[in-house]
Design a protein around this ligand. Sequence first.
Ligand code: OGA
Ligand code: NI
Length: 338
Amino acid sequence: MDDNESSSAWNTGQSAQEQGLEYVLDAYHVALGDRPSLCPDKADVPLIDLGGLWKDPARRSAVVKDIAKACCRFGFFQIVNHGICQTVMDEALHAASSFFDLPTQEKMKYMSNDVHKPVRYATSLKDGIDKTQFWRVFLKHYAHPLERWMGQWPENPPHYREKMGKFCAQARKVTVDLMEAIMEGLGLGPLYLTSKMEAGMQVMAVNCYPPCPNPEMALGQPPHYDHTCLTIVLQSSPGLQIMDPVDCTWKSVPKIPGALQVHVGDHLEALSNGLYKSVVHRAVLNSERTRFSIASLELVGAQGKKYRGSSFRDFLNFLATQDIGEGRSFISTLKINQ
Ligand code: OGA
Ligand code: NI
């Protein structure tokens, strides 16, 4: 049993965000300097039309260059014409919202603070131990290979496995297409990582951010890097902010119908030997409606030269010793010659 299971006030199932409290408890107040601006400048992030990858070689090479530039400049971009149809995206978001609508008792079947569990429902990381709580509820589950994990996903709502499974498979295909283009842009040959990706992991973070009575005081997710190669995010409404690495200010990610968000993660930073930067991002709240997002986190066993190799387990062990609100990155622990 976890040490923190006795800290009842914060147990999943009873958190302020799940109960819809009409005020924000002190534990959720982020430090003054870290409070979010809810209408910052919009990030001028590239919107990349992936359709061009499958046209003539000149078009492909132009798209490959655009992706390379975006990975360098922001570590972030948006994509359209990615091949996932609107129905699949809408149904995955609907499956997510229906899961979070279930009675607490049903969701609690998956409740765990053990970060090694392949399926788990939780609120803030290490509930009751983090200095600051975050206004989020999430379900995380492994997704690749689908046949191996799907049987452990929630049985309810009854359509969850089918609808979420379709999105997971297609999101993974988009990641593979993108990684091929990224490897090509790095001069490594498009298939450089394909077999490693087949052997790699896909983890879904299905996030729910209920309306927050005082969204200027709290965050849905604190600033963090993703410990992935790439992360692809589907969101029901805006709320994602990224740190612009050039002027070091928070910028909101503009909403583009049908677009998905792509984050460069720590592993791609290592693989590109620091050329591409893992993007710092956070989720902000609103007082009107629940926001959902589905992040497809893709991991491969890649190693760079300036960074030692690491496994997903290393990362989980790192998380278990960190207060993620403090913003230290996992990648910083992997740098050789620090
Ligand atoms: C994540 C993440 C952003 C969002 O799950 O790692 O950064 O908008 N999500 O929910
Ligand atoms: Ni993230």
